[in-house]
Design a protein around this ligand. Structure first.
Ligand code: NAD
Ligand code: AKB
Length: 320
């Protein structure tokens, strides 16, 4: 039976992954942790074990691993792309040293590790459309640098020490539970909140800028399915391209207008996040993930929009 520790568990992915994993593995077998408890996640914290862990503190992480007999770490503690450009020092420090501590613990205590990579591993020299699984990776952001280095470090720990490391390159993730934490793709979440609250949204990403995106239920399936996949079939174990949909701000707005016809999209482009978006692919080729562990997303743009608006209108108590 798995005993899982999730770091950075109160963030956008972790807050939903924890619920899903507790359904699958049992509440007592999924230990969630973050820098501190958050009032917004009271229910999640009270539903099962919660521990305060800073991933920079390896001894504290080891103490929790021993306390619960952890055999798997899902490492979600990180600084994302936009915050990473504002604080490159912090981004390097947490993304690299945090992961290093997790991998060292995994080596010492024979644990499995899942840690997500990102479309941010790619850069200006990468083919933009149908970006291949194995291609040029010269990212232009500190976040991207840490994600490429993280993929390589996970490969190293697998080949050198036999640590069972796995990961996917997530595109921008869209969800209604927890707001995203300082990324470039965050506009595609904010747009749904603003469409419901104000009927309009001012996008910091420009018209015509396509990026790969995914609805959170598919992202959670990806984590669970890859973690449970047959190890002998995994050639690209730490760095699978996975894709679901690709759109620009006008296309997501058109999808929202099917439910909120008067929705107005305006632009107030942020040059920093725009430059990041311009350096990322338009769409990924995910054939390796499909072949090696059966990856298949369920949500396309219109399915996601319908579900997002239904769920958010309940959460915000706003009728469409
Ligand atoms: P998030 O910013 O929403 O959450 C990160 C969490 O980590 C936060 O709760 C934060 O408090 C915590 N944290 C920060 N520093 C920490 C530290 N030193 N010790 C312990 N916890 C710390 O991020 P997310 O969107 O949930 O992303 C999780 C992982 O998935 C990251 O590795 C990210 O790069 C990757 N990813 C996310 C997306 C996305 O669109 N959300 C896309 C690609 C990859
Ligand atoms: C970000 O925009 O930084 C993240 C990512 C794609 O890694 N959502």
């Amino acid at each position: 039976m798995r005993k899982i520790l999730i770091t950075g568990a109160l963030g956008q992915i972790g807050s939903e992954l924890a619920v899903r994993m507790r359904d699958v593995y049992g509440n007592a077998n999924v230990i969630i942790s973050d820098l501190k408890a958050k009032e917004t996640h009271k229910e999640l914290i009270e539903n099962g074990p919660f521990e305060v862990i800073d991933v920079m503190d390896k001894d504290r992480m080891a103490e929790v691993v021993d306390k619960y007999g952890i055999n798997t770490i899902v490492n979600l503690a990180a600084i994302l792309s936009a915050t990473g450009e504002a604080r490159p020092d912090l981004c390097w420090s947490i993304n690299m040293n945090g992961l290093y501590n997790v991998l060292e613990l995994a080596r010492e205590k024979k644990l499995s590790v899942f840690t997500p990579s990102s479309i941010a591993v790619f850069g200006d020299l990468t083919p933009k459309d149908s970006t291949p699984q194995d291609t040029v990776m010269r990212p232009g952001t500190m976040y991207g640098v840490t994600k490429v280095a993280g993929e390589l470090l996970c490969d190293y720990y697998f080949h050198k020490f036999g640590v069972d490391t796995r990961g996917v390159r997530f595109p921008g993730l869209i969800s209604y539970d927890t707001l995203p934490g300082g990324g470039t793709t965050d506009y595609a979440v904010h747009i749904y909140y603003e469409a419901l609250k104000n009927g309009k949204y001012s996008s910091f990403i420009d018209k015509g800028t396509k990026m790969d995106m995914m609805y959170m239920p598919d992202a959670l399936d990806a984590i669970l399915n890859l973690m449970e996949a047959d190890s002998s079939r995994l050639i690209h174990r730490n760095a699978f391209n996975i894709a679901a949909m690709s759109f620009d701000p006008e296309e997501i707005a058109a999808s929202i207008r099917k439910h909120i016809p008067g929705f107005v999209l305006e632009y107030d482009v942020d040059p920093i996040r725009q430059a990041i978006a311009d350096s990322w692919p338009n769409s990924l080729d995910d054939s390796a993930a499909r072949a090696e562990w059966g990856w298949a997303p369920k949500y396309l743009l219109d399915d996601m929009t319908k579900d997002m608006l239904e769920k958010l209108s309940k959460k915000l108590n706003i009728k469409i």
